[in-house]
Structures are given as C-alpha cells and as structure tokens.
Write a protein that binds this ligand. Structure first.
Ligand code: PLP
Length: 408
C-alpha cells in the first residue's frame, strides 16, 4: 500500500511536498476537481438560483438542484428534498434544536447526549434543555472509549424525546453502533439525531439503512468547501417543523399579517443559497465515489493499524479510544504525561507534520479522560505510510527534546 489518492490530486499538497497533513479530521484538503468546480460555477453559471427568468439563472438553479441530488445519493437518501443545505454540522444541530426541539420538548421531558458528543450537539441540546426546562442526561463511556450501553439504557425512558450521538467520535475515533442505539431510542419513542461529521468522509453511509431520524455532516471535512453542510431528516419530521430562519425563498404567500411557507427543502433554506459551495460539495462526493468508499475504508484501516502500532512503541504514551483499527476510524488521540499537547504539536510542525492539539470541542470528554487536551492525528485518502513515518520521527525527536529539558 502506498496511497489511495495521489498527492497531485490536491493542489495544496502537491505544492508543498514536505508537508505531512495529518489533520483531515479538522478540515480536509480540497481535491483539484472541487476547486475547479467552484471556479467554473462562478465563471460560467453564476446567477441567483430560483430568482431569474433568464437562462443563466435557470442554469444556476439546475446546478444547485443537481448538487442536492448527488449528495443525497451519496448518503443513501432516496428523497433528495429531505437533504437540506446548511452551513455545516453545527448549523444542522441548531436547526434541529430550534426547528424541532423548541416545538416538541418541554418541562418534564428529557434529552440524552453522550459524553463523546462534540460541542456542536452537546452545547446545542444542553441549551435546548435549559430553554425548555427538559432534563439533560449524559450517557457515560467505557474505559476504552465506547458509549457505555448500560449507562445509555439506564437513561432511556418514556420521558426522552431526543437522543444525540456521533456516528464516529472526533476525539476517540470510536465507530458507534448506530442501529443498536436507534432500536433502543425508538423503543421509547425518542427522535434520533446522529452527527455524521467524522463518518461521511470515511465510511459508506446510508442514512435510511441506519434508521436515524436526523443525520448531519460538514462539507469541508469531505473535501468540499467550508460553509456548506447537510442536514438530512425524515420527511414527516421535517414537514412537522416550523422554519427557524425567515426571508426570501422559504415563503409561499406573504400576507400583511400572515405568511405561509414553501415546501421542502426551500422551507429551511432562507435567503440566497450557497449554490457554488453546494456544487463543490457534490463534486467532492463524486470524487470519493470514484475512489470507492469501501476502498477508502480499507485504506484507512491499514493506515490506522500502522499508526496505532507506531504510537504504542513510544514510552509514556496514552492512546485514547478502541485499540483495534477495524473498530475505529483513523482519528487517533494521544497524550504524554510530561508534555502538553500544544507544545508537542508545535514541535511536530517544525518537522512539517500537522496534527491537532486541544480539547477537540469535547470538553466533557476531556474531563472524563482526565486530560486538558490531547494531540490528534487523523488520516484520509491521500495519507501514506511515509506521512506516518514522519510523525513517528517527529514524535521521537519531541520526546528526546522534552527529556533533555526535564534533566536540566
Ligand atoms: N461534530 C463533529 C463530530 C465534528 O468533528 C465537528 C467538527 O470538528 C463538528 C461536529 C462541527 O462541525 P462544523 O464546525 O463544520 O460545523
């Protein structure tokens, strides 16, 4: 195995051969085809979709419409109108909270999240609970970084109206048992929100087969542009929801005192849509489809096994999350007792190695792990064993530097 996707597919990587980009979990590098698609949209198809009666506007509308269909197919959604464009996973969670939560959750109800939820869902649903007077429950984790199913089961009763969890943890790499959780949640009548931000770039996702009620992801982690993402929801749920933002395009008839609202998906897409970025995201999905999501997964399992093996050779390291590559994604967090993650990341940067250091927008999780921060390396389609080798060399250098400082 050398690579799945050549560096030459990614202009930023092609232009900086010494860079070892191991931070795809934060944001992915963009394939050239995505950048070309953005430029082409603005050069050839740019007009305000749904607005003009002229041919150019019709073309922009068609490109936007086709992008939605491509992305819906990519995530297994047969009803493209239930695939809403949002700014990203964060906005998707807020849309659910304000659009569904405020109308359906009240005092006496309960909301369940997990200790591995990203702040995008954790804080959003915590604040929903605060607004509505609902109880906020947090399912705990096992020592090896999985959702503790005993803890989760103990929290599910008829008061629970909504449960949120990540398909894949951004800080632990754990791949959660979605269908099992869905079955438990639906048995008590709860609506299931699944955060797919760390899943869609790496696994073949079929939202309908998963059985969830809402599924969200961010385009920029899939190789698409920043500022575009998707919320997929079941039609019946979306149709029962009030719009959460108002303005152009989302209306049907505006009376002086009363307004009626457009059908899906426009009802939830107020104002001029982010058409160019939607087109870019569709091209990113096509890029991954051409690589083959099964091959993407196989490539990442192989690299993750190498990464875990390499890290385990380092003295004093703590690796978080499941230890078998088959059971996790290629997001690997680790910490050394004697070195702060930020210091480590700064030294790695001197070796051209980019990793994330921090709390990964998962402070409740960090508290449970008993660390202020971790370093996190993550792999994607362009990652090679050479990138991982560079990481290991840089880590060994960093360790020796810190050992010298400790001796002084
Ligand atoms: N959920 C998970 C699991 C993530 O990894 C991220 C991004 O780091 C988010 C949500 C938030 O995504 P965005 O900042 O693109 O809205």
């Amino acid at each position: 195995m050398t690579f799945l996707a050549p560096r030459s597919d990614f202009p930023l990587l092609a232009d900086t051969p010494t860079l070892h980009y191991l931070d795809s979990a934060a944001t992915a590098q963009k394939p050239r085809v995505v950048l070309d698609a953005l430029q082409q949209f603005y050069e050839r198809d740019n007009a305000n979709p749904h607005r003009g009666a002229y041919e150019l506007s019709a073309r922009a509308t068609e490109r936007y419409h086709d992008a939605r269909a491509t992305i819906a197919t990519f995530i297994g959604a047969t009803d493209a109108d239930c695939t809403l464009f949002v700014r990203g996973t964060t906005e998707a969670m807020n849309l659910i909270a304000y659009g569904w939560g405020d109308a359906h959750i009240g005092a006496g109800d309960a909301i369940v999240v997990t200790a591995m939820d990203h702040h995008a869902s954790f804080v959003t649903f915590q604040q929903l609970a605060k607004r509505t007077g609902a109880e906020f429950r947090i399912a705990e984790l096992t020592d090896d970084g999985r959702i503790d199913m005993t803890s989760l089961r103990s929290m599910l009763d008829s008061r629970v109206k909504l449960i949120s969890f990540p398909h894949v943890s951004n800080a632990l790499g754990t791949i959660n048992p979605v269908t099992e959780i869905v079955a438990l949640a639906h048995a008590v009548g709860a609506v299931v929100v699944c955060d797919g931000a760390q899943a869609v770039p790496h696994l073949a996702v079929d939202v309908e087969a998963l059985g969830v009620d809402f599924y969200a992801f961010s385009g920029h982690k899939v190789g698409g542009p920043m500022g575009i993402g998707v919320l997929w929801g079941r039609r019946a749920l979306l149709e029962s929801m009030s719009p959460w933002q108002f303005g152009g395009d989302m209306i049907e008839i505006v009376g002086d005192q009363v307004t009626t609202f457009n059908t899906l998906p426009h009802r939830f897409e107020a104002g001029t849509p982010n058409a160019a970025d939607a087109v870019g995201l569709a091209v990113a999905c096509d890029y991954l489809t051409a690589l083959g999501m099964d091959r993407v997964r196989a490539h990442e399992v192989e690299l993750t096994a190498l990464l875990l093996d390499g890290l385990q050779l380092l003295d004093g390291i703590r690796i978080f999350g499941p230890m078998h590559a088959q059971e996790r994604s290629g997001v690997v967090s680790f910490a050394f007792e004697d070195v702060h993650a930020h210091d480590l990341a700064t030294i790695l940067d001197e070796h051209g190695v980019c990793v994330r250091a921090g709390h990964h927008c998962a402070q409740p999780l960090m508290r449970r792990l008993g660390v202020p921060a971790t370093a996190r390396a993550s792999v994607w389609v362009h990652t090679t064993p050479d990138d991982l080798h560079a990481l290991m060399t840089a880590l060994q250098h960093a360790k020796s530097l810190f050992a010298d400082v400790a001796l002084r």
